[in-house]
Design a protein around this ligand. Sequence first.
Ligand code: 5GP
Length: 211
Amino acid sequence: MTRNIERRGLLLVLSSPSGAGKSTLSRLLLDKDKNIALSISMTTRKPRPGERDGVDYNFVSIDEFERLVEQDGFLEHAKVFDNYYGTPAAPVERAMEAGRDVLFDIDWQGTQQLSQKVAKDLVRVFILPPSKPELERRLKQRAQDSAEVVAKRMSKASEEISHWDGYDYIIVNDDLGKAEQQLFAILQAERLNRERQTGLVSFVQEIIGED
Ligand code: 5GP
């Protein structure tokens, strides 16, 4: 019989420029592994077609967002493009206490803030597109945004990419299946980190202790 050794939950951050495949990879990981849950961000951006309130984001007004900032209710928050985005602290704290892992789809600014607040629990992964033309192609394929928005995102992409060195792992997404496997491997390995396995001391004592 295999035994589950008690461990602390970890915080897995995924960042990338838009169009690198981050949302698809997050979805694949969440479907594959039921021990990791997505942190649902709060945003002042308007929902895109198909996006659901409370599932993709909690869509709020600027007033509501600012109220939570004043109450110190965010683990991190940032202005991305022209909208505010933030990670409400309470659900993350609850998941961590229950030993569950949390996945974050946040930008480099949020990742920097988390690095200062919860460094020990953090695993930071950056997804790169395979090339500039491929990034352009993927951005144009997204019909939801206007050409103006696409152009703005393209110019922001190189800015986001310039922060790649603030991450622990880099995945080049030229093959979705391979990138998914690599992301899953990172999660599996990080779960085995000695310091995260809080139940190891008593487990080892049981093994080497006297009968
Ligand atoms: P989108 O508007 O395309 O959903 O997201 C735009 C960018 O905002 C993405 O890079 C996404 O990772 C980032 N983002 C989404 N939620 C958060 C958040 O809670 N905090 C931060 N810092 N960035 C976020």
